[in-house]
Design a binder for this molecule. Structure first.
Ligand SMILES: *[C@@H]1O[C@H](CO)[C@@H](O)[C@H](O)[C@H]1NC(C)=O
Ligand SMILES: *[C@@H]1O[C@H](CO)[C@@H](O)[C@H](O)[C@H]1NC(C)=O
Ligand SMILES: *[C@@H]1O[C@H](CO)[C@@H](O)[C@H](O)[C@H]1NC(C)=O
Ligand SMILES: *[C@@H]1O[C@H](CO)[C@@H](O)[C@H](O)[C@H]1NC(C)=O
Length: 466
C-alpha cells in the first residue's frame, strides 16, 4: 500500500482549498503581448491579482515544493512524452507551472497492433527521457499516463486493448507512480480532447484560477477532426434539445464547469480536403472537371477548382495515395468557385449554438493558427488577433495570388475551408475577434497539459481516500 506523504496531502489541500488558485508563471509577458492591440479583449492579468488564502491548513505546506506529471500522447504519426514540472510557492500564492520537457519518436503505437510487447517497448526511450527530467526523489510520487488519439481508434478493439495492457505493465514496472488502468491508459475521444484543450488554454491564461472565471472557448483544428469547446453564457444553450446533449460537466478546483463541447470527425483539415475533392467529383461545377477517365489501375483521381491552374500531382492521406489536379483554366474565380463547393459541405455538417455568433472570446488553435502564421497574418511565436473577415480576406488573397504559394498547392483550399468553417459553420460575425496562437506564456498549447492536470487531480483524490 502506498504511503501517504505529508507532502502529497499538503498539495491536495492546496488544490482543493476553497480560495487557492493556480498561477501559470510569475511573468505574463508573452500572453499579454498577444493581446496588447486589443485591451478589453483579455481581462485577466496575473500581475494585478492578489492572492489570498482563508484556509488555515495550508500553513503545513512546505514552500517551494516541486511536483511533476508525465503524459504520453500516442498519436497516429508517433508517440510523444510531456513532462510537466509544477512548483508550490509560499502560502497564499498559488503553485505555478515551471517547465515542460517534450520528446517524441516517429513510431506510432498502432504500428505494433500485432506485437503489443514491442509496442510498449517503443515507449521506453521516452520513459527514460521522463525519468531523466525528474529528480529521482520525486519518481514515486509522479503519476504517469498514456492517452491515444485517432491511430489506435482505427485498429481492432482487442488489439488496441492488448497494446494498452502492455503499456500499463511497462508503467507499472517503471519507477513512476501508476493509477488505476482506466486513469492510466486509454483511447481519447473527441470529447476528451476538446475539454483537455480548453483546460490547457484557460489554465495557461489564468482564467481557471480566477474566482469569477472569464474563460475563453477553443477552436481546435486537427488533421482528422475538429473540436469546439466553450463555457455557455446563456441558459438556452444548456437546455436546448440538441445542444444540451453536448454539455459536459468538468470539475476543476472549486468550480464545476458546464462546458459545451463538440467534435466533428471528418472535419479536420486533411479529412476535409478529401471530402471536398469527393464532392466535386460527384457534383462537378465545371464541365471540365468531369473529363477525367478513371482507369482501373493507379491512384484514385480528383480534379478540383480549389487547386491553382496547372497543378497536378499526388497526395497521401490516411494510408492512401490520390492523384489530384486543377480543374481551373485561370484563377480569376478560383476563390468564388472553391467557396461554393466548400460552403455547401460545411453548412450541411456543422451545427452549433447560436450564442457563438457574436462571441469574441475564442482561441483558434492548431491549423487555424498554423495557416495564418504561414501566410504571415500572425506571428509564429506570439500568435495574434484576427477578425473573422480578415481570415476571409486572407483566403481571397491566397487564392488570387496563388503564384506566391507555388510550393503550397493546397493553401487556397485550406484557407477557404478554414475561413468557411468560421463564417458558415460556426457562423461567427465578420467583426468577431479570434486569438490565433500555438503558445500561451511560452508554453505549447496541447491537450497534454489539461490531461495531466486531470491526472494529478485523480491521483490526489485517490491519495486522500487512502
Ligand atoms: C513546442 O512546439 C514546437 C513546434 O511544434 C516544438 O519544436 C517544441 O519542441 C515544443 N516544445 C514543447 C516544450 O513542447
Ligand atoms: C529527445 O531526447 C533525446 C535524448 O535525451 C535528445 O537527444 C533529443 O534532443 C530530445 N528531442 C527533443 C525534441 O527534445
Ligand atoms: C468520450 O469518452 C468519455 C469518457 O472518457 C465519455 O464520458 C464520453 O461520453 C465519450 N464521448 C463520446 C462522444 O463518445
Ligand atoms: C495580391 O497581392 C497583391 C500584392 O501583395 C495585393 O496588392 C492584392 O490585393 C492581392 N490580391 C488580392 C485579391 O487580395
Amino acid at each position: 500500500m502506498q504511503r501517504v506523504s505529508c507532502k502529497i496531502l499538503a498539495v491536495s489541500v492546496i488544490l482543493f482549498g476553497i480560495s487557492l488558485f493556480y498561477l501559470t508563471r510569475k511573468q505574463m509577458s508573452s500572453s499579454d503581448a498577444v493581446v496588447s492591440q486589443d485591451y478589453d479583449y483579455i481581462h485577466i492579468s496575473h500581475k494585478d491579482m492578489t492572492w489570498k488564502s482563508d484556509d488555515d491548513d495550508v500553513s503545513e505546506v512546505q514552500q517551494n515544493d516541486d511536483y511533476y506529471g508525465v503524459m504520453f500522447d500516442a498519436g497516429s504519426t508517433g508517440s510523444r512524452v510531456h513532462v510537466f514540472h509544477f512548483q508550490e510557492t509560499p502560502q497564499g500564492i498559488p503553485p505555478i507551472l515551471i517547465s515542460e520537457v517534450f520528446n517524441f519518436t516517429n513510431l506510432p503505437l498502432a504500428q505494433y497492433a500485432d506485437n503489443p510487447s514491442e509496442g510498449a517497448a517503443s515507449l521506453k526511450v521516452l520513459l527514460n527521457v521522463a525519468l531523466q527530467s525528474i529528480p529521482s526523489s520525486h519518481w514515486s510520487t509522479t503519476p504517469v499516463a498514456l492517452k491515444a488519439t485517432a491511430g489506435l481508434r482505427l485498429i481492432p478493439e482487442k488489439k488496441a486493448k492488448a497494446l494498452l495492457d502492455e503499456v500499463y505493465s511497462l508503467f507499472k514496472s517503471s519507477l513512476l507512480h501508476v493509477e488505476t488502468p482506466e486513469a492510466t491508459v486509454d483511447i481519447m475521444n473527441g470529447t476528451d480532447e476538446g475539454i483537455f484543450m480548453w483546460v490547457t488554454v484557460n489554465f495557461l491564461n489564468g482564467a481557471l484560477i480566477s474566482s469569477t472565471p472569464e474563460t475563453r472557448g477553443t477552436l481546435d483544428m486537427g488533421g482528422g477532426s475538429t473540436q469546439v469547446t466553450f463555457l455557455p453564457q446563456i441558459e438556452e444553450t444548456l437546455s436546448h434539445h440538441i445542444h444540451g446533449n453536448y454539455i459536459k460537466t468538468y470539475p476543476f478546483l472549486h468550480h464545476n464547469y458546464k462546458l459545451y463541447t463538440k467534435s466533428f470527425l471528418g472535419l479536420g483539415l486533411k479529412a476535409a480536403r478529401l471530402e471536398i475533392l469527393k464532392r466535386e467529383k460527384e457534383n462537378p461545377i465545371f464541365v471540365g472537371s468531369s473529363d477525367i477517365d478513371q482507369l482501373s489501375a493507379g491512384p484514385e483521381e480528383f480534379a478540383s477548382t480549389c487547386l491553382p491552374p496547372f497543378t497536378s500531382g499526388t497526395w497521401d492521406f490516411g494510408g492512401n495515395t490520390y492523384s489530384v489536379s486543377s480543374s481551373n483554366l485561370h484563377s480569376e474565380n478560383m476563390y468564388a468557385n472553391c467557396l461554393s463547393v466548400v460552403k455547401a459541405f460545411i453548412e450541411d455538417t456543422v451545427i452549433v449554438p447560436s450564442e457563438m455568433q457574436e462571441s469574441s472570446s475564442f482561441y483558434a488553435l492548431s491549423y487555424f493558427w498554423e495557416r495564418a502564421a504561414e501566410i504571415k497574418k500572425v506571428d509564429w511565436k506570439k500568435g495574434g488577433m484576427m477578425l473573422v473577415k480578415d481570415y476571409r480576406e486572407a483566403a481571397i488573397n491566397v487564392c488570387f495570388n496563388h503564384t506566391m504559394y507555388a510550393d503550397k498547392p493546397f493553401h487556397c483550399m485550406d484557407l477557404v475551408y478554414l475561413s468557411s468553417v468560421l463564417s458558415h459553420g460556426y457562423r461567427f460575425r465578420d467583426d468577431v475577434k479570434l486569438l490565433m496562437t500555438n503558445t500561451i506564456d511560452d508554453f505549447n498549447v496541447s491537450w497534454a497539459l489539461g490531461a495531466t492536470l486531470e491526472l494529478l487531480r485523480t491521483h490526489w483524490e485517490n491519495m486522500k481516500k487512502l
